[in-house]
Write a protein that binds this ligand. Structure first.
Ligand SMILES: [Fe+2]
Ligand SMILES: [Fe+2]
Length: 142
C-alpha cells in the first residue's frame, strides 16, 4: 500500500504542505523501485530524486523558519542534516553493500525506515511549526 498525505499532516503553510506531498510521491516511487532491484539504475535514480527534493524542501522550510523567527531553528536544521545523511547512507548501502537478493529480503525493513524517515519528521518536528505558522497567512512563502 502506498503512503498517502493527509490533512492531519498539514502545518498551515501551502508551500511546505505541497513540498511534503511531493516527498510522499517520491518516497512511493522509491518503494516501487525497491520491488525490482534488477533495475538498479531506476532504484538509485528514484533515491537521488527523493534526496534532491528533500534537500530543496529543507532549504525552503528553513527559509520560512527564518522568516517567522522560529525559536527552535537550529535543532530543526540539525535534524534536516541528519535526515539527508541517513538517506545518503541508504543509497550507498543499496548501491555498494547489498546484493539484489538482500534488497528484496530487506524490503519491509527499508520501507519501514523510509516511512519513519519522512512521516516522523513531518508529524513530530515539522508539526511544531504549525502554531507559529498559524499566525501567518497560509500562502506565506520564501
Ligand atoms: Fe523539517
Ligand atoms: Fe518538512
Amino acid at each position: 500500500m502506498t503512503l498517502i498525505w493527509r490533512d492531519s499532516m498539514s502545518v498551515h503553510n501551502e508551500q511546505i504542505d505541497r513540498d511534503h506531498r511531493y516527498m510522499v510521491c517520491y518516497l512511493n516511487t522509491v518503494e516501487l523501485a525497491l520491488q525490482n532491484p534488477d533495475e538498479m539504475g531506476v532504484l538509485l535514480t528514484a533515491i537521488s530524486q527523493l534526496y534532491n527534493y528533500a534537500y530543496e524542501h529543507f532549504m525552503r522550510e528553513e527559509l520560512i523558519m527564518k522568516k517567522i523567527s522560529y525559536p527552535a531553528f537550529n535543532d530543526h536544521r540539525k535534524e534536516h542534516k541528519d535526515l539527508l545523511e541517513q538517506l545518503l547512507k541508504l543509497k550507498v548501502d543499496l548501491e555498494s553493500h547489498y546484493t539484489k537478493e538482500e534488497i528484496l529480503e530487506k524490503y519491509d525493513e527499508i520501507v519501514k525506515f523510509l516511512r519513519h524517515w519522512l512521516v516522523d519528521h513531518v508529524l513530530l518536528t515539522d508539526m511544531k511549526l504549525k502554531p507559529f505558522l498559524s499566525q501567518y497567512p497560509k500562502d506565506l512563502s520564501i
